[in-house]
Ligand binder design. Structure first.
Ligand code: T46
Length: 133
């Protein structure tokens, strides 16, 4: 549910040359098998608009900013991501919408498993029905 969502702080090594943040095996709440990223998102475009049945993901604003609206069928919560050292842990079973991408924004996603269309619910009506089973 909405209450299981967490912000993860990645370790950051800072020095005069800039910052280095890292994510490695064992440091996330799950083992991950896939990384993908959204970039060159045109102003006003919206992404997401679906739920995952089983897959967990962590979203990171590597550059720029965007909003993530999460919905568990009962409650909605909006998160603004704008720090490359912070990850939004999106647990399974949540509807997500991504909006308000700044120009140059990059959304990195660390996903639990490989891409599988069968893990998606892409109609909001189906999501609400699934949640109420
Ligand atoms: C999510 C948000 C944050 C692939 O072939 N492989 C992949 O790994 C992914 C993620 C997508 N695709 C295909 C499936 C569609 O034909 O790429 C096309 C666009 O995918 P989609 O409309 O789902 O993209 P977004 O940006 O709306 O959603 C994506 C992820 O699918 C989703 O899991 O949580 O980013």
């Amino acid at each position: 549910t909405i209450n299981d969502i967490k912000i993860i702080d990645f370790p950051v090594i800072e020095d005069a040359r800039g910052n280095l943040a890292f994510v490695q095996h064992g440091s996330l709440p799950y083992d991950f098998k896939r990384v993908y990223y959204l970039y060159d998102v045109p102003g006003g475009a919206e992404r997401g608009g679906h739920a995952h049945i089983d897959q967990q993901q962590i979203l990171i604003a590597l550059s720029g900013s965007f909003d993530v609206i999460l919905d568990d069928g009962k409650q909605k919560k909006t998160y603004t991501l704008n720090r490359p050292s912070k990850g939004l842990h999106v647990v399974k079973g949540l509807w997500r919408e991504l909006q308000n991408f700044s120009s140059g924004a990059v959304c990195l996603v660390i996903a639990q498993d490989v891409y599988d269309e069968a893990d998606y619910i892409r109609e909001y009506e189906d999501f609400v029905k699934w949640k109420n089973v």
